[in-house]
Design a protein around this ligand. Structure first.
Ligand code: SIN
Length: 484
C-alpha cells in the first residue's frame, strides 16, 4: 500500500520514542474491509512490549508532569498543526483500513484533530481552589494533578478520533499515554504516533502497541500498578472485563461503552428534518457508531409518512468502497459483523417485522450489507435490545409520550437518545425524562468537541471532550496549611 507521505505508513510499534519490532517478532495483516485483501503488515505486540511501554511512559511522565502547562499546550498545538497538514493522507489511510467513505474518513481526521486543539487550549485552564478553613490560622488549598500513566484502548469505528479524544486531554493534564488500537485499524494510530514524534513530545510520552493479542496486552495494561488510568471505548462486555481486571489495582476508569439509542418521532415533527436526521444518525459510518439511532419509535399519526420517506431516502444511498466517487455507505468491518447484522434482521423478520427496504447481504458480496428499513418491529426482536452496529433502521409505532418514554428508558444502555418535536414544553420534559448521557432534540449530529460525550447506566463512566474531558485525567489533592 502506498501513502503519499510514506512517513505516515508505519509497520513497527512505537515504544519509548523508538519504532521497534515486537518483542516476540511476528506481524499481522491489516485488511481492506472492502476487498478482504491485506494492505499492510504490522508488528504484533505482546505482554513484554506492553511492560516496556509502561516503563517508558512512567519515566516520561515524571518529566512531563513538571513541564509548564504553556509548554504542554505548545506541543499539542504543534501536533494539531501536523495532523491538519496531513489530513488528506491520514484520511486516505483511515478509509483504506476502516472502509468508511473517503469524505467521512477525512471528516473524522478534522474531528479528531479538534480534540488536540481543544485540549491544547484547556491545558492552561486547569484551576485549583482556595477554601475557607474551619479554624483560624489555617488554609485549605485544592490542587489538580495528573493521574499518571494512562492506557487508552481504542476501537476500529473511529481509528483516529477515539485516540485523540483520549490522549489529547491526558497529555494536556500532564499524563503519559499508551495506546492499544483495535487490531483492525492500527495504521491510523501509528500515523498519529509518527506525527506526535515529529511534534517533539518527549520520548516515551506516547506509545502505540498494535496487536492481535488484545486480551494478553489488555491484561497487562489493566493490572500493572504503574498504569493509573484506563480509558476504553468499545463493547459493554469488554468494558466489564476491563473493570474487573482494573479492580485489583483500583485504577481510575473512563468507559465509553455500547449504546442502544432511541430515536423518537412525535406527530408534530418536521418530516423533512426528521428524515434527514434519521439518515445522518442511523447510516453514518454504515451504522457502526455507539451513538447511531438503534430503535426508531414513531408516533401513530406520522408513522406511515415517516416510514415511506425514510425508505425512499435510504434507497438513494450509494453503496461502495471508500474510494469510489459518491460512496455514502461502505462495507462493514468484518465478515463476523455482517453475520451478526444478518442474524438480527432475520430474527426480526421471523418474529413478524415487515421489510420496507434491503434486509440482506449486498450483491457486491464481501462485507457489504444492504441499507435496510424494517417496519412494525415486534417488542421481542433482538434488534431492539442489542446494539445493531449496521445499516438497519428498526421502526416501532407508539401512541403517547408517557408510553414512549417508558419504551426508550427500558434499556440497560444510556448513551445517546434523539427526539423530534416542535413543542417546546415537550422538548424540556422529554429531555429531562430520558435516561441518556447525550440527548439530541431536533438534532441528530451530537458528536462535537465542545460537548461532553459519555453515557449513563451500562453505557459507561466518565465524559470525553468539552471542558469536562480533562478532569478524567486529573486527581484532586487537598492541602491543609496550619500555623498561619
Ligand atoms: C463512538 O461510536 O464511540 C463515537 C461516536 C462519535 O464520536 O460520534
Amino acid at each position: 500500500m502506498n501513502a503519499r507521505d510514506s512517513k505516515l505508513l508505519r509497520h513497527k510499534a512505537f515504544i519509548g520514542g523508538e519504532w521497534v519490532e515486537a518483542a516476540r517478532g511476528g506481524s499481522f495483516e491489516v485488511l481492506d474491509p472492502a476487498t478482504g485483501l491485506a494492505i499492510a503488515h504490522v508488528a504484533d505486540c505482546s505482554a513484554e512490549d506492553a511492560e516496556r511501554a509502561i516503563e517508558a511512559a512512567q519515566a516520561s511522565f515524571v518529566v512531563w508532569r513538571a513541564t509548564l502547562a504553556r509548554e504542554r499546550a505548545r506541543l499539542l498545538r504543534r501536533w494539531h498543526e501536523l495532523i491538519m497538514e496531513h489530513k488528506d493522507d491520514l484520511g486516505d489511510l483511515l478509509a483504506r483500513e476502516q472502509g468508511k467513505p473517503l469524505a467521512e474518513a477525512r471528516a473524522e481526521i478534522v474531528y479528531g484533530a479538534a480534540f488536540v486543539e481543544w485540549f491544547a487550549e484547556e491545558a492552561r485552564r486547569v484551576y485549583g481552589d482556595l477554601i475557607d478553613a474551619p479554624a483560624p490560622g489555617r488554609e485549605i488549598l485544592v490542587m489538580k494533578q495528573p493521574v499518571g500513566v494512562v492506557a487508552a484502548i481504542t476501537p476500529w469505528n473511529f481509528p483516529n478520533a477515539m485516540i485523540t479524544r483520549k490522549i489529547a486531554p491526558a497529555l494536556a493534564a500532564g499524563c503519559a499515554a499508551i495506546v492499544k488500537p483495535a487490531e483492525e485499524t492500527p495504521l491510523s494510530a501509528l500515523a498519529l504516533g509518527a506525527l506526535a514524534q515529529e511534534a517533539g513530545f518527549p520520548r516515551g510520552l506516547v506509545n502505540i502497541l498494535p496487536t492481535t493479542r488484545a486480551a494478553e496486552v489488555g491484561r497487562v495494561l489493566t493490572s500493572h500498578p504503574l498504569v493509573r488510568k484506563v480509558s476504553f471505548t468499545g463493547s459493554t462486555e469488554v468494558g466489564r472485563t476491563i473493570m474487573r481486571q482494573s479492580a485489583e489495582t483500583i485504577k481510575s476508569l473512563s468507559l465509553e461503552l455500547g449504546g442502544n439509542a432511541p430515536f423518537i418521532v412525535f406527530d408534530d415533527a418536521d418530516l423533512d428534518a426528521v428524515v434527514a436526521g434519521a439518515v445522518a444518525s442511523k447510516y453514518r459510518n454504515s451504522g457502526q457508531t455507539c451513538v447511531c439511532a438503534n430503535r426508531f419509535y414513531v408516533q401513530a399519526g406520522i408513522y406511515e409518512a415517516f416510514a415511506e420517506k425514510l425508505a425512499a431516502a435510504v434507497r438513494a444511498l450509494k453503496v461502495g468502497a471508500a474510494f469510489e466517487p459518491g460512496t455514502q455507505q461502505g462495507p462493514l468491518i468484518t465478515p463476523e459483523a455482517v453475520a451478526k447484522v444478518e442474524s438480527l434482521v432475520n430474527d426480526a423478520v421471523d418474529k413478524g417485522a415487515k421489510l420496507r427496504l434491503g434486509g440482506a447481504r449486498h450483491a457486491r458480496g464481501g462485507n457489504f450489507f444492504e441499507p435496510t428499513v424494517l417496519a412494525d418491529v415486534p417488542a421481542d426482536a433482538r434488534l431492539l435490545t442489542e446494539e445493531i452496529f449496521g445499516p438497519v433502521a428498526a421502526l416501532v409505532r407508539f401512541e403517547t409520550e408517557t408510553e414512549v418514554i417508558g419504551l426508550a428508558n427500558a434499556s440497560e444502555a444510556g448513551l445517546a437518545a434523539y427526539f423530534y418535536t416542535k413543542d417546546l414544553a415537550r422538548a424540556f420534559r422529554v429531555a429531562r425524562a430520558i435516561e441518556a448521557g447525550i440527548v439530541g432534540v431536533n438534532q441528530a449530529v451530537i458528536s462535537t468537541v465542545e460537548a461532553p460525550f459519555g453515557g449513563v447506566k451500562q453505557s459507561g463512566l466518565g465524559r470525553e471532550g468539552a471542558r469536562h474531558g480533562i478532569d478524567e485525567y486529573l486527581e484532586v489533592k487537598a492541602v491543609h496549611i496550619g500555623g498561619l
